[in-house]
Design a protein around this ligand. Structure first.
Ligand code: UD1
Length: 387
């Protein structure tokens, strides 16, 4: 390894679930640099990092509170793209990011997850000849009606370094012809951030403030277009939740997309008659983690929550027909339930409430060190002469 070598990374984030994953990598880079300072750094390249926030999520409660909770630095560049159709949002990120990459000239652009900002960043960097790393590569729902699945397929084809959270993701990539030397199974950065923040999160008074008792409530989150963008489906989910709330108190922090749909369909007050449903605005990272850790059950259509509940050993019912995260079922607490089948959801809730908590299990490498492994791979990649 060359003495005095430096690596310049440029992280791109845009939405809520990106922030915790990027935070894990940025923290690991800081650790690497600190270690380099203490041992004189003779054999360690110095890593500089730049943070770009596209502004896909921009509300205080969808964005700023996460930067605070996670201790993320102020972004070096804020692109302010906001909401829009898929084409509009993706294009706005691309147009705004290109001059930033021209000015910054990073050695590697790091993209995370599967959102429109991830896709846009990979497209711009790849066309400028800048190597791309994808954190959380290889996940596949095999459902191309899901916008994220399109993003995953394209980003993985364009990436030079593919960091995976599970072995099935490696197999998916290999089956799509991605060469094995580009694939690095490193574990789950979301779990790095969860582990390091859990003690602080557990100090949050959020459970008591909602009038709930630890271990005796269910948490609900819903935001997938397939669940919330159609009036009929959303109405049915409201019915389902009212039935669930007769069995166990429910707390439901409402995502910005879902709140907009409630308003559009005039469903804002539908929960008024439902017993014991606590509605709230989206919560910050620490409050939500605390809420999840204390739950008896979680019902969700989120990707990340399937993983977090697996780590926390909290039973999770995923209100979707498929998941890109099968290890949360085979090695975790997750179970898929068809959201269109009210009886099936209610029966699954009954079953979960009647069953003892599952034995603790955790997928391989969900151990808090995924970020460090990513840094090791990047350093090795750079030392082998890339860029
Ligand atoms: C996006 C991701 C999804 C991810 C989710 C996490 C894509 C294709 N989807 O979905 O994979 O799971 O983030 O939250 O990138 N809105 C606000 N304030 C905000 C952000 C959004 O009010 O700060 C509202 C707007 O009405 C907007 C709608 O939410 O039109 C949808 O936002 P958008 O970023 O397009 O997608 P999400 O549903 O949040």
């Amino acid at each position: 390894m060359n003495t005095g070598m430096t690596v310049k990374l440029l992280h791109v984030v845009g939405t809520r679930p990106n922030f915790m994953k990027a935070a894990a990598v940025m923290t690991a880079v800081d650790r690497w640099n600190r270690a380099a300072r203490t041992d004189g750094g003779l054999f360690r390249p110095r890593i500089n990092q730049i943070l770009v926030h596209t502004g896909q999520h921009y509300d205080e409660k969808m964005s700023r509170v996460f930067f605070e909770d996670l201790g993320l630095p102020r972004p070096n560049h804020y692109l302010g793209v906001g909401s829009g159709s898929h084409a509009e949002q993706t294009a706005k990120v691309m147009i705004a990011l290109e001059p930033v990459l021209t000015a910054e000239q990073p050695d590697l652009v790091i993209t995370v997850g599967d959102v429109n900002s991830t896709l846009a960043a990979a497209l711009v960097a790849a066309k400028m000849g800048i190597p791309v790393a994808h954190v959380e590569a290889g996940l596949r729902s095999r459902d191309r009606t899901m916008p994220e699945e399109i993003n995953r397929l394209v980003v993985d084809q364009l990436s030079d370094l593919l960091f995976t959270t599970s072995r099935d993701a490696d197999a998916n990539l290999a089956a799509e012809g991605v060469s094995t030397e580009r694939i690095h199974f490193v574990g789950n950065t979301m779990i790095d951030t969860l582990k390091s923040h859990l003690p602080r999160a557990l100090e949050s008074p959020v459970v008591e403030r909602a009038g709930l008792t630890r271990g005796e409530y269910a948490v609900v989150t819903l935001h997938r277009p397939s669940n919330v963008d159609g009036r009929q489906g959303l109405e049915q989910l409201v019915l389902t939740l009212n039935q669930v709330a007769r069995k166990i108190p429910v707390v439901f922090p409402i995502h910005a997309r879902t709140r907009a749909r409630f308003a559009e369909f005039g469903l804002d007050t539908s929960f008024g008659n439902g017993p014991s449903i606590v509605l709230s605005d989206p919560l910050g990272y620490l409050d939500f983690l605390c809420l999840m850790a204390g739950a008896r059950l979680v019902l969700t259509d989120s990707g990340g929550i399937q993983e977090e509940t697996t780590f926390l050993n909290v039973p999770c019912l995923t209100l979707r027909k498929n998941t890109e995260r099968p290890v949360t079922i085979t090695e975790g607490t997750n179970r898929l339930v068809d959201p269109e089948n009210v009886e099936a959801v209610v029966a699954a809730v009954d079953e979960a409430l009647a069953s003892p908590l599952p034995p603790e299990r955790c997928p391989e490498y969900w151990d808090g060190h995924a970020g460090d492994r990513i840094v090791q791979v990047i350093v090795g990649w750079r030392a082998s002469g890339h860029r």
